[in-house]
Design a protein. Sequence first.
Length: 267
Amino acid sequence: MIRAVQCEAADGAITGARVAGASGPALIFVHGVGSTAAIWDRQLEAFGDRFRCAAIELRGNGAFADPDPSLISRSGYATDVLTVADRLGMDRFTLVGCSLGGVVAFELWRRAPQRFDAMVILGSFARYPNSRQYVESIVAAVEQAGTMLAFAEQRATKLGLSPERLGETIDQMAAKSVPCYLAATQATWTGDYRAMLASIDVPALVACGEHDAVAPHALSQEIAAGIADAQLEVVPSAGHVANADNASAFNDLLRSFLDDGNGLRSG
């Protein structure tokens, strides 16, 4: 059963998580800029019998009251993860991050590497190419659309999603406010973590969807090349949010990674 928890971070921002499982090693899932924590429900249901699972609700993602947009940053997102982990008694964990969630993993590694047992980076990047221009294009598209619902409908229909995934994507993106989404967009695409990849010394799985046009395979290859002994995989028949596009294949990949002994401490 999935339950919700809500927390207040030290800076006053409201965060929380969707939680499943009562025993076992800790798995923390972090969603992308267009999603909410509910995007991980398929994983909470699949892994809650063996792991203590928490899918973080990042500040300003539409699930809780919107914060001051100035509180939305990569550092703030890392604080959200630690706030929830501390609340749930997860001293150590495997972090599974999709897109922005991968960026949050890198930011958190910079701050608290001792908390990691392993990391799984899905459809993400250490540095996004032409990031400033990309951010400007998103900002212009949001401003032209006028509302998050209109923008979500325009953006989601370009992703080649199934009807089920199309509705889910629109609903989750439209739940955000325009100011918070624009602040989150700035935070998502403008970091550069290439220089710190070599410092990551926990087991790492790097994966992307076969048809991911937002974060193409080359960006996952760059991450995997920078982390010693990282495992690089492709999720078949999936796009940018591969854990939802092809949940069965992603779950099999994650299960295999964990069953090989990666991230199985009970901290």
